[in-house]
Design a protein around this ligand. Structure first.
Ligand code: PXP
Length: 253
């Protein structure tokens, strides 16, 4: 048994901005958190510029683009405004997510299969500009096939249903969700897509997902920022990294 290539950890800093915006000032600064995450071993920084700007702002994105040494993964809805922002900054990666104003967080995956034509046109200029385009979807064969057809390089599989089932003690459902993630990671990889995963991951739920051999990157935010209150951001990230590495150690190369 060898070790599959190292699993990357993208740290999502949105909720540092949520805390800042609760008081409307400039503290705590998401850029400082991003730089600290970078020093603590994050392989990338993820930020979601929502249409309502409820957490990350345009100025945050400007600063992240200027200052980060690790790749920035910019999450956005598939709107004209967001496409223009993506083209202005050309971040390393753009992750297309569904967005509904009334939701508390990104509740489901993107409906790619029913919106294929529009999404193909949306991502084409971003790809041509040099962004790695990722699509955030449920672990579903039809969505994965559609993501491949529109020319995405990456699919990020939504782990929310798996994490919710765990948190609520619905363990047989959790195991079914994990089986679905496993099967669909293999399926997406077989279509030539790079596979990422994220949403809702915690210390309790990360290892089985980190052990899926085709998964190359996890994006984790809310739990890490919450845990940073108790143990500090570097220690919170270091523990996540340790669990990911431990899970990965058993994966054949
Ligand atoms: N991946 C994507 C595409 C997301 O939209 C989010 C949430 O913004 C995450 C990962 C991270 O989820 P969480 O904050 O629950 O760890």
């Amino acid at each position: 048994m060898g070790t599959a290539r190292r699993l990357r950890l993208g740290v999502n800093i949105d909720h540092v901005a949520t805390v800042r915006n609760a008081r409307g000032g400039s503290y705590p600064d998401p850029l400082r958190a991003a730089q600290m995450a970078e020093e603590a071993g994050a392989d990338g920084i993820t930020a979601h510029l929502r249409e309502d700007r409820r957490h990350i702002s345009d100025a945050d994105i400007d600063l992240l683009v200027q200052s980060l040494d690790v790749p920035l993964n910019l999450e956005m809805a598939a709107t004209d405004d967001m496409q223009a922002i993506g083209l202005r900054h050309v971040p390393h990666a753009v992750c297309i997510v569904p967005e509904r104003r009334e939701e508390r967080t990104t509740e489901g995956g993107l409906e790619v299969a029913r919106d294929e034509n529009r999404l193909a046109h949306f991502i084409a200029p971003l790809r041509e500009a040099g962004c790695r385009v990722s699509i955030f979807i449920a672990a579903d064969a039809a969505q994965i096939e559609a993501a491949a057809r529109i020319g995405a390089a990456v699919v990020e599989l939504h782990t929310g249903a798996y994490c919710d089932a765990h948190a609520e003690g619905r363990f047989s459902e959790r195991d079914e969700e994990l089986a679905r993630l496993r099967e669909m990671a293999t399926f997406a990889h077989g279509l030539g897509l790079e596979v990422h995963a994220g949403h809702g991951l915690t210390y309790d739920t990360v290892k089985p997902v980190a052990a899926l051999p085709e998964v190359r990157e996890l994006n984790i935010g809310h739990f890490l920022i919450g845990e940073a209150i108790f143990r500090g951001l570097p220690a919170a990230i270091a523990e996540m990294r340790r669990l990911m590495d431990e899970a990965r150690a058993g994966v054949a190369a």
